[in-house]
Design a protein around this ligand. Sequence first.
Ligand code: AMP
Length: 122
Amino acid sequence: MAYDKDNIFAKILRGEIPCKKVYEDEHVLAFHDISPQAPIHVLVIPKGAYVSWDDFSQSASEAEIVGFVRAAGRIARDLGVVEPGYRVLANSGADAGQEVPHFHLHIFAGRRLGRMIAPARD
Ligand code: AMP
């Protein structure tokens, strides 16, 4: 899938729409999810134009990948969620329900998060 430069996270990166920023560096921006599914729900996105985890893991530079992974760990530590724990998740593609076509990692924390995957609905 080609990258859509008008997706909502691209607009956030360009400053065209606001976000509640929690972290930013050369490669990464992190902000609170607009519709949180846990007491803490933060999205971590690369600044580069990658559609999905598949695209990012295949096409991003070593510096972008290392920067992203280090930043995600640091953000969780800064949020104070290493204890009692947190979950990271990336939806990639249709079956996973990916809604925004700019790669992002979800960080969930602040309560018992339950089962890793919801029971099948079909
Ligand atoms: P996904 O289903 O993995 O693609 O997740 C997309 C996430 O982006 C959802 O949790 C949405 O609530 C969140 N989201 C959509 N628009 C915004 C926005 N403008 N600011 C912050 N989070 C957003």
